[in-house]
Design a protein around this ligand. Sequence first.
Ligand code: UDP
Ligand code: MG
Length: 344
Amino acid sequence: MRPESGSWLPDSRTPDQVHLSVVIPIYNERVVLPMLYERLTRLLAPLAVSYELVLVDDGSRDGSGDYMVQLAASCPEVKAVRLSRNFGKEAALTAGLDLSVGDAVVVLDADLQDPPELIAQMLAAFHAGADIVSMKRRSRAGESWHKRLSAHLYYRLLNWLSHVEIPADTGDFRLMSRRAVNALKQLPERNRYMKGLFAWVGFPTQVIEYDRDARAAGDTKWNTLALFGLAFQGITSFSVKPLHWAIGVGLMAALLGFSFGLWIVIDALLHGNAVGGYPSLIAVITFLGGVQLLSIGVVGEYVGKTYFESKQRPLYVLRDVVHHPRALPDTPAEPQNRTDAPQN
Ligand code: UDP
Ligand code: MG
């Protein structure tokens, strides 16, 4: 295993020196794992790089974790990382990035929706000087039109709202240089909206378009509600504009209320109208009540976020890391089976 190079300095990128890490978050993917491993090793072998596969089991219940550990026992390239429970994809990804040691790190979904064959192309871009090679989906095979439409609209909305530009239609599938990963590791937030964090880090980025495949097997872990939650988290993690809107709407409502009040007084003075206004009263009260509750909700969302950030809990808890690196000629092989691995 290479020591982690603190590479803020210009990095050397001669192909024969590059050590590649492929980080894969895994949650209940037992059926695809053999396929994934076979396809990855077949395509990585001819590339002129040494590599490691960092498989992160995010508390699977279908035996994925045990399978990974077996794989690591027989294959020195595999680093099997098991989390103590299901922490969510973003946390699993963070664990994988923390434990990766490569000069270039590729993040990949386990379900083969991101064709691993593109890694060669990504490495070429990395050698050409890109620190980040982000993969942009040209098509989304096997996804319904309403999922495609909502994804499209969501990215547009997110970019309009947030201060950093989060590229449309790019997922987590990407290559990062060691210094980009190091920068990412410095972002301490508990609310890990990865797409946004990737964008925040910056660095010279090359975008490669690709056709996203349908899942090789198994089911997606997302339902509509979870996706909606993720979308909302993306917006509130990277923008405080909803708070500004609350102020704007509040101001407008106050102005309207003031004008309305003035008009009632003038009307009463000029025309002697008795104040008869039950319907208008109810309308105003419910309108203002709605605006207030909505604004409090928006403020509450940010307060809640602050609350969770302030706890400073670790992002994930490791169960174990199983890795049997290939023995160097002069050092006897020490199997690494750490149950007390450091946590982030
Ligand atoms: N995943 C994970 N933890 C979770 C949910 C998903 O590690 O709690 C992994 C999953 O195994 C897969 C990747 O994240 O490798 C993407 O998940 P999925 O394919 O379900 O999402 P989609 O492609 O539908 O966005
Ligand atoms: Mg998928």
